[in-house]
Design a protein around this ligand. Structure first.
Ligand code: SF4
Length: 436
């Protein structure tokens, strides 16, 4: 056997870069994964699953699958996209930037709506950043400098398990040599999560009242009067939390879907960014979204360069339009505005409301995914591909917008295409059909 070191984990936005993977001498079998958390290790090990699908399949009239060739899958996909008036090309968060870039080219040619998983996650954060900017930093700075850590509406103990040991609560950095003993951790969450249990202070905000509490923090920074209770939290606790944040040398606010997708949405994030800005009058402070999929950040980056917008990009009029609420996947599906669905690197079958999933089921659809997922169950064609970050490398962006080159550690099963190879073929075929 041989050990591949400095392997990048292609699961969550933490993109841990210190994994060690033991593979067989011929590079075909993956045997052990070290340093990863349970979900990260599972991603690597799952590539070895005996029941893994390795050939494209097409749904038959009776609901069963029929194996088809990659050529047939390319033809179906290219025809579906060119025949449609306004196809939706969704996902893009669990693949590399190279594939995202080819996907954008196809989207432009066929006049698609390009949307990624931010649409049901941190899209609201992106709107807030466009509204008022963002004072942010890298995870390296957090590790080396931050002594006040605030987790708002996120639960890294479960969703980003090594975030706390590598970057936020526990590591010893250049100016943070005492590790967790030199840091104060505040968690704001309606639920008593495992992250909250580790915190010095847990403010159990009432569900959906984050905006008020954020506002109250700004009042407390200035030492002005607060009502006795705000969002279920007694004012003494709010003054204390404000003082804790102000008295640090470097404060970081990490926030998750508890604030981005609850009442107030992007306005919550406007206010959280304003809290960070205010805090900079007393100390150094930064704020960062806890991005979920390992390369959802990269998808926003690639489309940012290419179209000027990070998600919900409607190319159907021949130029890029962006209007979340109108050009976002669920709104389009529910209003019957898209007539074909292409999914890559995401699982809307598991994450979209049932009413949207049903619309996917009713339309011509293709899903590109190494796994069998709830989405493969509702799509007409399923194209299995190699695992990015395991069987093929490529660029991914960590949650702090740092690009990291993922590594190939083993060979994909024989004949299985990569996302890039498949998209390249579809692009070529779309060009041919368009020129006919
Ligand atoms: Fe992978 Fe995230 Fe776990 Fe790190 S924390 S090993 S990136 S799943």
């Amino acid at each position: 056997t041989k050990t591949v070191t400095d392997v990048i984990c292609p699961f969550c936005g933490t993109l841990c870069d210190d994994l060690e993977v033991v593979v067989s001498d011929d590079g075909k079998e993956l045997l052990e994964v070290y340093n990863a958390c349970a979900i990260g290790a599972e991603k690597f090990l799952h590539s070895q699953a005996k029941e893994r699908i390795t050939r494209p399949r097409m749904r038959q009239e009776d609901g069963s699958w029929k194996e088809i060739s990659y050529d047939e899958a390319v033809e179906y996909t290219a025809r579906m996209l060119t025949d449609a008036k306004k196809p939706l090309m969704y996902g893009w968060s669990s693949t590399n930037c190279e594939a995202q870039s080819i996907g954008s080219e196809i989207g432009e040619l066929v006049g698609a709506v390009m949307d990624n998983t931010a649409t049901v996650c941190h899209g609201t954060s992106l709107i807030a950043v466009q509204d008022i900017g963002i004072p942010s930093c890298t995870l390296g700075e957090v590790k080396n400098r931050a002594d006040r850590i605030l987790f708002w509406g996120c639960n890294p103990a479960h969703a980003h398990p090594r975030h706390m040991s590598r970057y936020s609560i526990f590591p010893r950095g250049f100016f943070t040599g005492k590790g967790h003993t030199g840091r104060k951790v505040i968690v704001i969450d309606p639920r008593p999560t495992d992250t909250a249990r580790m915190a010095d202070v847990h403010l159990q905000v009432e569900q959906g009242r984050d905006y008020e509490l954020l506002n109250a923090l700004r009042v407390a920074f200035k030492g002005e009067q607060l009502p006795d209770v705000v969002a279920g939290i007694p004012k003494e606790q709010i003054y204390e939390a404000a003082e804790t944040l102000k008295s640090g040398r470097f404060a970081i606010i990490f926030f998750g879907m508890g604030v981005t997708q609850s009442l107030g949405k992007n306005h919550n994030i406007d206010e959280a960014i304003a809290v960070t800005r205010d805090l900079n009058e007393y100390t150094k402070a930064a704020i960062m979204p806890m991005r979920g999929h390992y390369n959802v950040t990269g998808s926003g980056q690639v489309w940012g360069w290419q179209f000027g917008f990070p998600y919900a990009v409607d190319l159907s009029r021949g130029f890029a339009r962006y209007n979340p609420g109108e050009t976002t996947s669920n709104d389009l599906l529910r209003r019957d505005e898209v007539d074909a669905v292409f999914v890559l690197g995401s699982d809307p079958g598991a994450h979209f409301p049932f009413s949207s999933v049903k619309k996917i089921y009713d339309r011509p659809s293709v899903v590109i995914d190494p796994h069998e997922t709830p989405t493969t169950e509702v799509c007409k064609v399923h194209v299995p591909v190699a695992f990015v970050g395991v069987e093929v490398g490529g660029c991914a962006y960590r949650m702090d917008n740092v690009p990291i080159e993922t590594r190939k550690v083993i060979e994909p099963p024989e004949g299985v295409m990569t996302d890039e190879e498949f998209l390249d073929r579809v692009l070529e075929r779309v060009r041919e059909i368009k020129s006919e």
